[in-house]
Design a protein around this ligand. Structure first.
Ligand code: NAP
Length: 494
């Protein structure tokens, strides 16, 4: 059943060549350039993706423009039905999609399953919430000098053709968070999945297609960011970009995008501030959960802990113990593995290793781990880290948490606010009032008190500031971001 459902995505070779979706048909590009998709688990080639040409992109975008108006003309209820069916099919194919996700990006099975099921829930929620979107109506006499002669009727309308670019670490969930709000509000979408994660992204495309997205309203283009990224981002036919990825690519893309709305979620480098009254056990447990899930390859992972020396000496040994107890590095397909599988590539693991060793040379002490085996990095804890060490200064996408000893909490706030990132932070304290006052001083998108930073629940606002992004996501917020106001002003009969 599952195999037939996804049959036309690829040819019959082993490993298969995957096609791109031009909005109506699955096709191999006229280009003869292909990119292998390699499993981070055992380096097996899972397939290869076709690299679309600029000409193919031009045609797909032109067709998307033509198709979008009819899609926007459908009722929200009709578009919502398509989304609900897509959610149902994700649930029906959950086990197949989970296995695929595990092999494609090396995510431990329980976390991969969670990503798939959460994506189905998110699609349903988008479809429900879209029913409640409304416009408004404003009278003119509220402004000085105006009488009652005019009335503004303000509708929310789709933006047109949205470019959706997703990252490797949540290729299903962070594609759904773009595709679902864009489609349900009546936009057409040009979707570029990440190269590592492309196969999962193409399966998701097929699900939306089979759920009833009409011809040319959803296009899936494949190729590396290097091959086609700039061309897509700067394309005059794109009306809005929703992007998740590193701060480096995000800043570059924002620079060439032109004057269109941008919804960007970029890198995070999230601190945890531990206060002297925090509960040792609960704090240590949250730090462990926050640092290691999906081997620390999460934008919301805790990357460094700030506290006074006595508090670090109280909490750090428990973090070490709990890490040993609860986190098990290994093959992500095995139920024995807890959180830490391979990093996405060996070069990513080498980069993390180099930063650990550089930190050690500069005076940090490795309290646990620090060892690389191929593209696996052992869960690692550093003490005596400093804010200017690369491992702290730049988002380190691996299972590493660094403890920094500060003189006082003012210094901790200064370190957080000096960072070029501003996604999330966590504060651990027995006094929520103190927590709130400290949270108000932190220049980040969201502060969590007494829990690990995270994305979700998905209807909460989710945003980064500084190098961590622009715009606000979250179910209702994303729907707003994918639409604009369209005021029509009438002369009111007197
Ligand atoms: P990445 O290397 O920046 O890639 C992200 C996406 O951008 C991929 O689809 C990539 O395609 C594409 N891309 C590359 N170059 C491009 C260009 N010139 N123009 C347009 N698109 C281009 O990030 P990643 O390694 O996949 O993901 C990890 C990063 O994402 C981390 O920094 C993480 O913090 C961040 N992230 C942030 C959030 C958040 O909510 N703030 C959530 C998840 C992840 P290819 O794969 O083909 O190169």
């Amino acid at each position: 059943m599952t195999a037939n459902f996804f049959d036309d995505l690829h040819d019959d070779n082993t490993p298969p060549t995957y096609r791109w979706f031009d909005g109506a048909k699955w096709k191999t590009s006229v280009n003869s350039h292909f990119i292998p998709v390699v499993s981070p688990i055992d380096h097996a080639t899972l397939g290869r993706i076709t690299v679309v040409t600029h000409g193919e992109i031009d045609t797909a975008i032109a067709n998307a423009h033509l198709a979008q108006a009819a899609w926007a003309d459908k009722t929200v209820m009709e578009r919502g039905k398509v989304l609900h069916l897509a959610a149902d099919w994700i649930r029906e194919h959950e086990s197949y999609l989970t296995t695929l996700l595990v092999s494609e990006i090396g995510k431990p099975t329980d976390e991969a399953k969670d990503e798939i099921l959460r994506s189905a829930d998110m699609i349903d929620y988008f479809a429900h919430e879209a029913l409640h979107m409304k416009g408004e109506q404003l009278p003119s006499d509220a402004f000085p000098g105006y009488d009652k002669s005019k009335i503004s009727i303000i509708e929310r309308v789709p933006l047109g053709v949205v470019l959706a670019i997703a990252p490797f670490n949540y290729p299903v969930n962070l594609s759904v968070s773009k595709l679902a709000p864009a489609l349900v509000t009546g936009n057409a979408v040009i979707y570029k999945p990440p190269t590592n994660g492309a196969i999962s992204g193409l399966h998701l495309t097929q699900i939306f297609r089979k759920a009833g997205v009409p011809d040319h309203v959803l296009v899936a283009v494949t190729g590396s960011g290097e091959d086609i990224g700039d061309y897509l981002v700067a394309h005059p036919g794109i009306d809005m970009i929703t992007f998740t990825g590193s701060s480096q690519i995000g800043k570059h893309a924002a620079g060439i995008a032109g004057m269109i709305p941008l919804l960007f979620e970029c890198g995070g480098n999230n601190p945890a501030l531990v206060l002297n009254d925090c509960n040792t056990e609960e704090t240590a447990l949250e730090i462990v959960k926050g640092a290691y899930s999906f081997a620390g390859q999460r934008c919301t992972a805790i990357k460094y802990v700030l506290g006074l020396s006595p508090d670090i000496e109280r909490i750090l040994p428990r973090v070490v113990e709990l890490t040993k107890q609860k986190i098990k590095m290994g093959d992500p397909r095995s139920p024995e593995t807890k959180s830490v599988g391979p990093l996405i590539t060996e070069s990513a693991a080498k980069e993390v290793e180099a930063r650990i060793l550089a930190a050690e040379r500069a005076g940090a002490k490795i309290m646990l781990g620090g060892v690389r085996r191929g593209n696996y990095i052992e869960p690692t804890i550093l003490d005596y880290a400093k804010p200017d060490m690369e491992i702290v200064r730049i988002e380190t996408f691996g299972p590493v948490v660094s403890f920094i000893r500060v003189k006082n909490m003012e210094e901790a706030v200064e370190i957080v606010n000096r960072s070029t990132y501003g996604l999330q932070a966590a504060i651990y304290t027995a006094d929520e009032g103190t927590g709130i006052r400290l949270a108000q001083k932190l220049h980040v998108g969201t502060v969590w008190i007494n829990s690990k930073p995270q994305r979700g629940p998905d209807h909460f606002p989710f945003l980064g500031i500084k190098g961590s992004g622009v715009g606000v996501q979250g179910i209702g917020y994303s729907l707003e971001a994918m639409t604009r106001l369209k005021p029509i002003v009438l002369n009111k009969p007197q």
